[in-house]
Design a binder for this molecule. Structure first.
Ligand code: HEC
Ligand code: HEC
Length: 351
């Protein structure tokens, strides 16, 4: 518990530092060219420019990136749902369902790996995958490049962003990555509460959190520290580590094991961000839970004894943790999760 409390303190410091950037992120998304992109980390080979971001934004909703011009990135990463899909498994161009739930997209610039099984480390690389994947966008790469280069507007933006008016796949991936890095969500109710109470005098962090969440019982306050031990709270509330959260007792070679081949990584998945979680149903890598209530039920009484079950979700004798929440407390847990809604982010991206 001590470690968790220290983490929460750290989070508050980060939030306060980051607070100044909130407004700019929203304006950035709206295409305001006067703001400073240098506050968002990006790799040396793909520094952000306003033209690159704009090109990426337009490509993100361009169906010409898919085989039969029917899908864009936006079809599965829908802005009004914090860039996730409401379907358990999204439909690819061949009307085949993809095998995973489409992830919500925010604060990607700060994340060390991508995909549910964490198999990709570079955002630029993530972009190419859905475009060419036969089950997703199934694009013919030659045809995509022909179409993109026939578009004078794109050529002009490319010239500005990459000093060349001939677009290659690299430029498409770079531009979309630049745009995705501007999707900063840092103004959730939780962050507003942290900012509001940061100077208040309280005996300890639990008392501070209690002030931020006056609706929560002491037990629920304590449990939020367990949640946030994995859904780590500096800036993102997730996206930084990989763990097993006991959704299955057997995971059939899924998760991080796909790239490491290490049995200790079986059933180990990216801890997703809690940002805008109320908008991103269904939940988990396979979208098995339809509602936040079902997610809370999982953590309350459904955790399975998987060999790789993470320590945070075990009880003192090593078995799966049982929270034994009352109905009232389950509602409070849902309310806690709703505090990760960033209305400014959702409305700015809706257009
Ligand atoms: C057919 C639906 C579909 C389309 C179209 C699609 N995606 Fe995805 N996206 C997914 C799914 C499903 C995942 C999770 C894949 C996995 O874990 O194996 C994902 C994962 C991602 C991630 C990783 C996010 C994270 O937090 O790790 C990014 C970034 C991403 N997609 C961007 C894009 C971009 C850019 C495009 C357009 C070029 C696109 N996607 C098109 C369904 C889709
Ligand atoms: C041991 C680390 C760990 C702890 C502790 C933990 N989680 Fe998770 N959480 C995960 C992982 C890993 C996933 C994704 C699992 C998957 O998809 O297979 C996840 C998924 C979720 C999701 C679904 C996210 C999405 O985008 O689909 C929600 C909501 C969630 N957790 C809430 C909570 C709450 C509430 C608590 C505290 C009661 C909690 N978590 C505690 C690791 C953890």
């Amino acid at each position: 518990m001590k470690k968790n409390i220290a983490l929460f303190g750290f989070a508050i410091a980060v939030m306060v530092l980051f607070g100044a950037a909130n407004g700019f992120a929203v304006r950035l998304f709206r295409g305001d060219k006067t703001i400073n992109l240098s506050q968002i980390p990006s790799p040396v080979f793909n520094k952000m420019t306003p033209a690159g971001v704009l090109l990426g934004k337009q490509l993100f909703s361009d169906t010409r990136l898919s085989g039969n011009n029917s899908l864009s990135c936006k079809s599965c990463h829908r802005p009004e749902f914090a860039f996730s899909d409401t379907a358990r498994f999204s439909l690819g161009v061949s009307s085949k369902h993809v095998g995973r739930n489409a992830m919500s997209l925010s604060n990607l610039a700060w994340q060390p790996f991508y995909m549910w099984d964490g198999r990709v480390q570079q955002l630029e690389e993530v972009i190419i995958l859905p475009i060419t994947n036969p089950d997703e966008m199934a694009a013919d790469t030659a045809e995509v490049l022909l179409n993109m280069n026939a578009d004078n507007h794109y050529r002009k933006l490319s010239k500005e962003a990459f000093q060349t008016d001939t677009l290659y796949f690299r430029h498409i991936a770079y531009a979309i990555s630049q745009y995705l890095r501007t999707l900063v969500s840092a103004n959730t109710e939780m962050e507003q509460q942290i900012a509001a109470f940061k100077d208040s005098k309280t005996p300890d962090n639990a008392a501070l959190v209690k002030k931020m969440m006056p609706f929560a019982s002491d037990k629920v306050v304590a449990i939020t520290f367990t949640c946030l031990a994995c859904h780590t709270h500096d800036l993102m509330f997730g996206g930084l580590i990989m763990k097993n959260n006991g959704i299955d007792s057997v995971s059939n070679n899924q998760g991080l094991i796909v790239s490491t081949k290490d049995p200790n990584d079986e059933g180990v998945f990216k801890v997703p961000t809690l940002k805008n979680i109320a908008f991103t149903a269904p939940y988990m890598h396979d979208g098995r839970f339809k509602t936040l209530e079902e997610v809370v039920e999982h953590y309350d009484s459904g955790i399975q004894a998987h060999p790789n079950l993470s320590q945070e979700l075990k009880d003192t004798s090593g078995g799966p943790l049982r929270l034994n929440l009352s109905q009232k407390e389950k509602k409070q847990m849902v309310r806690f999760l709703e505090m990760f809604t960033d209305t400014a982010f959702i409305s700015a991206n809706k257009e």
